[in-house]
Design a binder for this molecule. Sequence first.
Ligand code: RB5
Length: 143
Amino acid sequence: MKIGICSDHAGFQYKSSLVPFLQKKGIEVHDFGTDSEVSMDYADVAHPLACALENGTVDLGIALCGTGNGMAITLNHHRGIRAGLAWSSEIGRLVKAHNNANVLVLPARFISLAAAKRIISTWLETSFEGGRHQRRIEKIPVQ
Ligand code: RB5
């Protein structure tokens, strides 16, 4: 399992803790930055993560910014991406089970690090339910 991770400055501290957290689960982590708490623009790391997912370099992605919205909005411009924002474990479960999100987006300024870890674990352990949800996600792409 290969996971790409990225954050802006608002998510940098959490990302620094989440990389070893994921590695301890046996996951190969590709870190797309940013590399400090210096203010930067989330799109500069979100697009490279999305491209890596689209070309198969990584299997899933995790993205963090202050609210999560900048990352989610940017990532969802890519045809191969379904980025879902989650702020609780139950939403982390549903965003995989119902939406098959291939990028989990976390609002670093609004959840604890412990919550971020719980949400990630739940998202990773959950399977897409398919069925009516498959039909629904197939209607998402703009022709
Ligand atoms: C950075 O201040 C903040 O705007 C960013 O992390 C994110 O919340 C944007 O959506």
